[in-house]
Design a protein. Structure first.
Length: 116
């Protein structure tokens, strides 16, 4: 089982190698990136699902002590983010976010607080 997972990961990384920027995307490249995205998603999705489940369990323990807003933040951090690795992500055109959260809800000081 470990060897099969290693072979799948190695194949996904080999397919995801960056192509020449100067050349136009060909059908063969599209097929390669599509195959790479499927293989990478097959490896990535179980880890993401495990993280989401652990976030849900942690959220359930957080709810009575910190309230519903904090529990919602915990579960959205665990279950939000990227679930499927697309060909665009392999090309570097879009980012992959393992930890989610609501868009625009970055941690740290707010923009208005830093302007004052």
């Amino acid at each position: 089982m470990r060897q099969a997972l290693g072979v799948l990961l190695l194949a996904a990384l080999a397919v995801a190698a960056p192509a020449s920027v100067a050349s136009a995307d060909s059908t063969a490249q599209d097929v390669a990136y599509g195959t790479g995205s499927v293989l990478t998603t097959l490896v990535y999705a179980p880890f993401k699902a495990t993280f989401c489940i652990l976030g849900g369990v942690t959220s359930a323990f957080t709810l009575p002590f910190a309230g519903p807003q904090t529990a919602e933040k915990v579960v959205s951090a665990g279950c939000g983010g990227t679930w499927v690795i697309t060909p665009s992500a392999l090309r570097g055109r879009e980012s992959i976010r393992f930890v989610g959260g609501r868009p625009g809800n970055e941690t740290g000081p707010s923009r208005s607080a830093t302007r004052q």
